[in-house]
Write a protein that binds this ligand. Structure first.
Ligand code: CP
Length: 302
């Protein structure tokens, strides 16, 4: 696999190999390290804490180097009118792989078409966030011991939330899965994703009552309302405040269920939930470094 653009590129075998490599990255020996002279470029046209810094941390932990533009919309030559294609052609000459985050859906695919070095989609508008989905599924495996036979509730902004879209698609590679979409009416999961799950034989359903479904879920994946993607603040406000997760919500969950969130959170998980051992979202974020180390090793080092 040369570029990482969308979840549908992956196979179950490839995911299992990646997860095996990620396990080794907890205590990497000489065989797990890179590539001393390799350079990763992080080209971010949208804000990020986790994706950019965990990729950069992963590269540095592998012994490689990083070059970065963290606000490429303003501080790269995009402000002068340079196209994504031209920027990628140039940055590919300075690096061995590029992580790109862009505000427009499809930008990573455009970058991959012109890039001679691996392109990794770090999030493209409301499209996909494939490496987030990989670390989410890896976290489920680590926390629950399996990725098969689970009931997984995706909650919140499923229309604009690229992390939830990618995870839903990745769940098609697990067996005997039930996916439950719990979204405010303004931001339902797209029919494109639902149709793909149906084609893959995955059971899915829409649900409006989060409390009613919590006792059945093995994984609850909470997400924030993507305020920045709405046409107007009024439209965003109409989607907000529907599904806020509290300690009382947690009390309805199974003893061994987990609560995930791609983060950042705003107000959709109350802070007093954090102390519950089933709140796995900070462990989930830490897993991002392991998955991204494994991914960079596989892409750059072969
Ligand atoms: N989960 C995630 O993509 O976080 P950032 O926007 O901080 O990268």
């Amino acid at each position: 696999m040369r570029h990482i653009v969308q979840v549908e590129q992956f196979t179950r075998d490839w995911i299992e190999e990646l997860f095996g490599q990620a396990d080794k990255m907890r205590d990497p020996g000489p065989n797990e390290r890179l590539i001393g002279n390799s350079i990763l470029a992080t080209l971010f046209y949208e804000p990020s804490t986790r994706t950019r810094l965990s990729f950069e941390s992963a590269m540095l932990r592998l012994g490689g180097h990083v070059i970065s533009t963290e606000n490429a919309r303003e501080f790269s030559s995009a402000i002068k009118g340079e196209s994504v294609e031209d920027t990628v052609r140039i940055v590919a000459g300075y690096s061995d792989a590029i992580v790109i985050r862009h505000h427009e859906q499809g930008a990573a695919a455009i970058a991959a078409r012109v890039s001679p070095v691996p392109i990794i989609n770090g999030g493209d508008g409301s499209g996909e966030h494939p490496t987030q989905a990989l670390l989410d599924l890896y976290t489920i495996q680590n926390e629950l011991g399996d990725i098969d036979g689970l009931t997984i509730a995706l909650v919140g902004d499923l229309r604009y939330g690229r992390a939830a879209r990618s995870l839903a698609l990745l769940l098609a590679m697990a067996k005997d899965t039930t996916v439950v979409f719990v979204a405010p009416p303004a931001v339902p999961m797209g029919t494109d994703v639902k149709d793909k799950l149906t084609s893959a034989g995955v059971r899915w359903k829409d649900e409006t009552d989060l409390n009613a479904m919590l006792p059945r879920a093995d994984v609850v994946y909470q997400t924030r309302i993507q305020r920045e993607r709405f046409a107007t603040p009024d439209e965003a406000r109409a989607a907000e405040g529907h599904y806020q997760f509290t300690a009382e919500s947690m009390s309805r969950m199974k003893e061994h269920a987990i609560l995930l969130h791609p983060l950042p959170r705003v107000d959709e998980i109350a802070p007093d939930v954090d102390a519950d051992p089933r709140a796995a979202y900070f462990r989930q974020a830490r897993n991002g470094v392991l998955i991204r180390m494994a991914l960079l090793k596989m892409l750059i080092d072969g």
